[in-house]
Unconditional design. Structure first.
Length: 419
């Protein structure tokens, strides 16, 4: 497909994309651990790996393509195993922030499930403090740079999103104890209780310690695990003025997105890939499927509920996509939805924000204005950890810097069809 943006010098163009201020609103901490760190900490802890080289792990575990979402999620067992001590959580968080800074990402929202890391050495507060310590150290180091202090470049900032799980199993000491404590409850009810407990803990720790825990999320397999099951947890977060985002439409249809925005008060949607797929609607009461989708799409567009687009991840977990050109991102652009580029899992998907942007530019009809909008939507619809006037000032600094960089080399960054 012909590019909408005229790339006369691809190498130089990629360098520009790296330099522009970017954001990542959907990046999982446990899916973005450096392979070198997994190897290093596994050796330190005596943990078994299929291979103790980066090349071996790439071949056997962290593949270029996965058969399905289930195979994709298996990779998290290896990263999660090295995230069970405070110092490891701090190191991994710090390294993730540094990796983002190196490619021009100026704002990130790190999401993870704290309950997967609670053990005899760490309670939820220690887990969240440890992750914050790494991110805060990286933020302070970056913002001490002369060009940042002199306001020639925008600062680096971050926030934390806590993830509740749609499905439940004895995946951590905390979860095992939780299951054992509710002998007379079924697994789904226990899962709902765990979500509510997470919401309560996140709000209390946010208010007590002052950590930038800005949002509540729901992750895990959608099929058979509807978002509506967790409405009490989301209602609690909602009443505590915490932002909400929900994984929806990743491997289930429009009904999942409908539940996210109606039952869970979602401010943003993670993935949203199957938003337009009428064949995925299972509710027999929905007779006008096209109208149902149109109403959801209009609701999302009107309220600027931003969709966190994860192109590479969707290619890897949804065999039905087949080719990137088939991704529904094109329809989202046509519908004038608020969208932003995200990595999902930098290590598992072997990607970066720069790669996601280049993938989009090389395969979709994206104008210079479209690209600017997608990136700025990310800053504007972020769960920025500050007052509204502070956020506006920060967004403006990022926007000004974006315009400055893209004007430096207009002969490369030119839209073919823009008059």
């Amino acid at each position: 497909m012909e590019n909408q943006v005229d790339i006369k010098d691809p190498v130089k163009f990629e360098e520009i994309i790296k330099r522009i201020p970017k954001n990542d609103l959907h990046v999982h901490l446990d899916g973005s651990v450096r392979l070198e760190t997994i190897i290093e900490l596994s050796k330190k802890e005596g943990l078994e790996l299929p291979s103790y080289t980066v090349e071996g792990l790439n071949e056997l575990v962290f593949k270029d393509q996965y058969a399905n979402l289930g195979e994709y999620l298996k990779t998290f067992g290896y990263s999660g195993a090295v995230m069970q001590k405070p110092e490891y959580l701090e190191q991994i968080s710090y390294e993730l922030a540094i990796d983002n800074q190196k490619e021009g990402v100026r704002y990130i929202e790190i999401r993870f499930a704290p309950q997967l890391h609670i053990n005899e050495n760490m309670d939820m507060e220690t887990v969240l403090k440890s992750v914050n310590a790494g991110l805060e150290r990286a933020e302070k180091d970056f913002n001490r740079r002369p060009e940042v202090k002199n306001q020639q470049e925008p600062e680096f900032h971050y926030s934390i999103i806590v993830c509740a799980m749609r499905e439940f199993g004895p995946w951590s000491p905390y979860f095992r104890n939780f299951i054992d404590s509710f002998t007379y409850s079924d697994r789904k009810e226990i899962c709902r209780l765990a979500s509510l407990e997470l919401a309560k803990g996140a709000v209390k720790i946010r208010d007590k310690v002052g950590l930038p825990i800005m949002a509540f999320d729901l992750a895990g397999a959608e099929a058979g695990n509807p978002a509506a099951d967790h409405w009490r947890a989301f209602q609690y977060a909602h009443e505590a003025f915490m932002h909400k985002t929900v994984h929806a439409g990743e491997d289930y249809g429009p009904e999942s997105i409908f539940q996210a925005i109606t039952e869970c008060h979602a401010d943003r949607i993670g993935h949203g890939y199957f938003l337009f797929d009428t064949t995925k609607i299972r509710n027999p009461e929905v007779t006008d499927k096209e109208g149902y989708i149109s109403d959801i799409t209009q609701y999302i567009a009107d309220r600027r509920i931003t969709i966190e687009i994860c192109l590479t991840s969707n290619l890897q977990t949804n065999p039905s996509v087949k080719k990137i050109e088939n991704h529904t991102f094109a329809k989202m652009l046509e519908a004038h939805l608020s969208t932003t580029f995200c990595t999902d899992n930098r290590t598992v998907s072997k990607t970066s924000v720069t790669n996601e942007i280049l993938l989009a530019l090389n395969n979709f009809k994206i104008s210079k204005k479209d690209l600017r909008n997608c990136i700025i939507y990310g800053f504007k619809r972020s769960f920025f950890p500050g007052r509204y006037h502070q956020k506006r000032k920060y967004v403006r600094s990022c926007l000004n810097y974006y315009d400055k960089i893209t004007k430096e080399l207009p002969e490369i960054f030119v839209n073919k069809n823009q008059v």
